[in-house]
Design a protein around this ligand. Structure first.
Ligand code: ATP
Ligand code: LTN
Length: 326
């Protein structure tokens, strides 16, 4: 079973990224050796600062290791350290159609926020398909917002196989049972987001405990008073999911435990649960950031493992597509 996922080195990583994605990567180490890619080539598709990108790439590597990814039990690497991704994306760009890419919701959303809409932002899902398909991936753990991209990847793989013969594994998307879409605490109709959310409604994984408490205590809820899930109770439902993931307690058990309690007490407990969840990650992150040489070494080992895994697939793609090769 091959597991692959990608995460962008832009901005700070938030609680939605942890619950929807990072937590799944860590858990998948129990069943397989997942391949986790820091997708820096994807991050240049919108306006960015080159110095920030360099810094965020190392920072994300440290955060992923601090969250529980163990370089001996997974392949953790930076996308641009393996040139097969860019090559694979070019080949696959002839197997994806303009019409398919035009329907991508993430492109529609992100292009609205950009003054300059790059061609790279449009073809972004083809690079994502190359990421996944080069590793003959069976399962892709992601949050709900990435489902459409993984479905496109499946269509591209099937089309490649029918044009050129059975070559690529058609991957499945895997979203967590709980927390596949964590909502912004201030606008609980939108997903918590790096680029599109509110600052107060986004808990960053590296926020100080007091900042986390403040954000959770001021979360927007509803005019009712019952701690339970349901129509019109998106804010409370979101907090129940967060608490459930942080403590391991089922949502039903949380609902009955808080029967008759007020929102204030509930929020205070959610805040403590999140502070406890993130505190060890933050501490370990600090230690790792003090050892940049060690981080570079781990990423170099990861890149080598990644190239060894993607190389044979890329070679077969070239061959099947009719390129003359020695
Ligand atoms: P943006 O919000 O700007 O689109 P992002 O946070 O989605 O950025 P990434 O950092 O690449 O971008 O996302 C990493 C992973 O986190 C992806 O698998 C994505 O599905 C997941 N994810 C992102 N936001 C949420 C959320 N609110 N709830 C659950 N999972 C999420
Ligand atoms: N598009 C994804 C990041 C991403 C990814 C991938 C996820 C790039 N390549 C491959 C899974 C598999 C995002 O914006 N979160």
């Amino acid at each position: 079973m091959r597991i692959f996922s990608g995460i962008q080195p832009t901005g700070e990583k938030h609680l939605g990224n942890y619950i929807g994605a990072i937590r799944q990567y860590v858990a998948s180490q129990e069943e397989a050796e997942p391949v986790i890619c820091i997708v820096d080539l994807h991050s240049i598709t919108v306006a960015y600062d080159p110095e920030d990108l360099r810094e965020s790439t190392l920072s994300l590597a440290a955060l992923l290791i601090a969250s529980g990814l163990e370089p001996d039990r997974c392949t953790l690497f930076v996308q641009s350290h393996n040139p097969d991704h860019a090559q694979g994306a070019w080949l696959l760009s002839t197997v994806a159609s303009f019409g398919e890419l035009r329907r991508m919701v993430q492109f529609k959303d992100k292009s609205e926020q950009q003054e300059f809409i790059s061609v790279g932002l449009f073809t972004y899902p083809v690079l994502q398909a190359a990421d996944i398909l080069l590793y003959q991936t069976d399962a892709v753990p992601v949050g709900e917002d990435q489902r459409q991209h993984v479905e496109l990847t499946r269509d591209i793989a099937e089309r490649f196989n029918s044009r050129y013969g059975e070559t690529l594994v058609v991957p499945k998307v895997v979203t967590p049972k709980l927390g596949a879409k964590i909502l912004d605490l201030q606008e609980p109709t939108k997903k918590m987001s790096t680029t599109g959310g509110t600052a107060q409604g986004t808990v960053q994984m590296l926020d100080e405990p007091d900042v986390i408490r403040k954000k959770i205590k001021s979360a927007v809820t509803d005019s009712g008073r019952e701690v339970r899930r349901g129509e019109g109770k998106e804010g409370i439902e979101n907090l129940i999911s967060i608490m459930s993931v942080a403590t391991g307690e089922e949502p039903e058990a949380i609902e009955s435990r808080y029967e008759g309690a007020g929102y204030g007490d509930f929020k205070a407990d959610v805040a403590e649960a999140v502070v406890e969840l993130l505190a060890p990650i933050r501490a370990r992150y600090r230690e790792l950031r003090d050892e940049p040489a060690e981080l570079h070494r781990l990423l170099a080992v990861g890149a080598e493992k990644a190239r060894a895994a993607s190389g044979p697939t890329l070679a077969t793609m070239y061959e099947r597509m009719g390129f003359a090769r020695p």
